[in-house]
Design a protein around this ligand. Structure first.
Ligand SMILES: Nc1ncnc2c1ncn2[C@@H]1O[C@H](COP(=O)(O)OP(=O)(O)O)[C@@H](O)[C@H]1O
Ligand SMILES: [Mg+2]
Length: 298
């Protein structure tokens, strides 16, 4: 029987979500009856907790070392296959500025953007804009700036989320709808629309609100366009295994890739398992499919 370690926890601000994802994945993989599953809760940014003789690792870590190429690099060195994209892709995807540079280079549409830093007095782009720390997750430190008075507070919030220094991403605000597309092994799953209250999918809407709804987008031209662009974004960054690509869709139907999530949530109400189950798989089969493409960077 293959020995599979499910990594969860870690020290990022998404630790709690990761513990939930990891417990679900471990239980699901065990239920298949064909793996020896070892849940591994990380307390530090290293693999000292990883048991000997593991055949593959399922990464259920979100944010920080578990998603920014850190754990991927460590597993490459051990030559242990792991789920999701490799080290370099993970590192790029974790940085929204680098991601936008790569996407633009490959002709994948993203919102117009600029940079700000601690002393920047006013928005470098016409309002409204969205101000965000380039490498945090879960909408921490992200805000919309609609009036010049809101600039200072938004910039401080973004800077605070990353220790007060560094570059801050400023993006053109894209009105309209929000969609997400999971891609597994280069193939897009059904598109899910994110209907948040007031159209803003911030931290509270993600983890606290019961008012956010996640209907599937009906098949058609828009859904095909989203799937095609999601796969283009996946390929542009050299993803493998699973990645979830978030979009805004403007009122005239233009698509903008917001970000790529290379270690998406796997809680009972997470979007990737939901999309996988729409294709007829069980939660456990979605995990198994992701596990089957585990690899390391060769
Ligand atoms: N350019 C934008 N235009 C409109 N809404 C945005 C924009 N950027 C972010 N948002 C809103 O903020 C949320 C979080 O932004 P995102 O870039 O996905 O960061 P995170 O990594 O925290 O999820 C999005 O889901 C969306 O609702
Ligand atoms: Mg997001």
């Amino acid at each position: 029987m293959k020995k599979i370690a499910v990594l969860m926890g870690g020290r990022s601000n998404e630790r709690e979500v990761s513990l939930d994802s990891g417990a679900n994945v471990a239980e699901a993989l065990s239920s298949l009856g064909k793996y020896e599953v070892i849940p591994v809760v990380l307390e530090s940014d290293d693999l000292t907790a990883l048991p000997e003789g593991v055949d593959a690792v399922y990464i259920a870590l979100h944010g920080g070392w578990g998603e920014n190429g850190g754990v991927q690099t460590a597993l490459n060195q051990l030559k242990i296959p792991y789920t999701g994209p490799g080290a370099m892709t993970s590192r790029i995807a974790m940085d929204k500025i680098k991601t936008k540079m790569v996407l633009e280079m490959k002709g994948v549409p993203t919102a117009a953007w600029s940079l700000a830093s601690p002393g920047t007095e006013a928005s470098p782009l016409p309002l409204p804009v969205v101000v965000k720390p380039p490498s945090d997750g879960s909408s921490v430190g992200i805000s919309k700036v609609s009036t010049p008075e809101q600039w200072k507070g938004a910039l401080s919030a973004a800077l605070d989320a990353q220790g007060g220094k560094g570059e801050i991403l400023v993006e053109e605000f894209i009105p309209g709808r929000e969609m997400t597309v999971a891609v597994i092994d280069g193939k897009a799953l059904p598109v899910i629309e994110i209907l948040a209250k007031d159209g803003w999918y911030g931290f509270d809407e993600k983890y606290k609100s019961d008012e956010t709804r996640y209907p599937f987008l009906e098949d058609g031209e828009l859904s095909e366009k989203l799937k095609k662009t999601a796969v283009e974004a996946y390929n542009a960054l050299g993803c493998r295994g699973v990645t979830r690509i978030d979009f805004r869709v403007s009122p005239v139907g233009r698509l903008y890739v917001l970000e790529l999530n290379t270690s998406p949530g796997f809680t009972s109400h997470s979007l990737v398992p939901m999309a996988g189950m729409k294709t007829g798989l069980t939660f456990a089969e979605v995990c198994d499919k992701i596990l089957s493409s585990a690899d390391y960077d060769r």
